[in-house]
Ligand binder design. Structure first.
Ligand SMILES: C[S@@+](CC[C@H](N)C(=O)[O-])C[C@H]1O[C@@H](n2cnc3c(N)ncnc32)[C@H](O)[C@@H]1O
Length: 207
């Protein structure tokens, strides 16, 4: 997994350009309405989503496995704390967070890793805190492609394994981490003109 992301960021740089995902814009509004300010962004990338929160006065910390992605974030002027390592090694600090925003990262983990990751986030979340995640959906056209690994999990490209969720597996994996809301979303691919949107599930858990 690390090799896959490291080589992509090293070779392609800021491959999704600088505009934040629509779900980050949604999270920003939701967090603001809940007076949430201190947030964690696991799977930080080079910070295209983090910048939106930072520019809006949020206190942000990140976790990112790729050193090249962190370098890109630093080169673009992002100064917040970014822990370099895998989310499977959480916690990286003793902070309590009011919110977690995680875009398209959880589905990259295997089942025990997903459980450990969600437990670690939950442990660092304050009571009533919100965790907002987008995850790959079985509605996505990539579901069922590539090499079968286990139920609903495929190696869709060399070194890139993805677990695809439906509403049942979302409830199954997230409901022990608070009150869960799940909806289907379509993320526009803003950096490729004419590209079809990506089908994801937006999962919101309140501790
Ligand atoms: C699909 S990308 C999304 C990046 C970023 N959230 C964005 O939207 O711009 C997934 C990100 O998670 C990072 N990642 C993958 N596995 C990770 C892990 N185990 N721990 C921390 N980061 C990880 C990748 O390097 C990559 O930056």
């Amino acid at each position: 997994m690390i090799e896959y992301w490291e080589s992509r960021f090293r070779n392609e740089g800021a491959m999704w350009k600088s505009e934040p995902a629509d779900s980050a814009i949604f999270a920003l509004q939701l967090f603001k309405s809940e007076k949430i300010n201190r947030i964690l962004i696991p799977g930080f990338g080079y910070g295209r989503n983090a910048r939106l929160f930072i520019d809006n006065g949020f206190r942000v910390s990140g976790i990112e496995i790729s050193g090249s992605a962190i370098n890109l974030a630093r080169l673009s002027g992002i100064e917040c704390a970014i822990h370099h390592g895998s989310v499977t090694s959480m916690p990286f600090d003793n902070e309590e967070y009011e919110g977690v925003y995680c875009y398209a990262m959880i589905h990259l983990l295997n089942k025990p890793e997903r459980k450990k990751f969600l437990t670690s986030c939950y442990n660092q979340l304050i009571k009533n805190g919100l965790m907002l995640c987008t995850v790959a959906s079985k509605e996505n056209s990539l579901f069922g492609t590539g090499r079968y690994l286990s139920k609903d999990r495929y190696e869709i490209a060399k070194g890139l394994s993805v677990y695809f969720y439906d509403s049942i597996s979302v409830l199954d994996e997230f409901s022990e981490f608070g009150e869960v809301e799940c909806k289907d979303i379509e993320e526009p691919v803003k950096f490729i003109e004419g590209a079809a949107p990506v089908k994801l599930k937006l999962v919101i858990c309140r501790k």
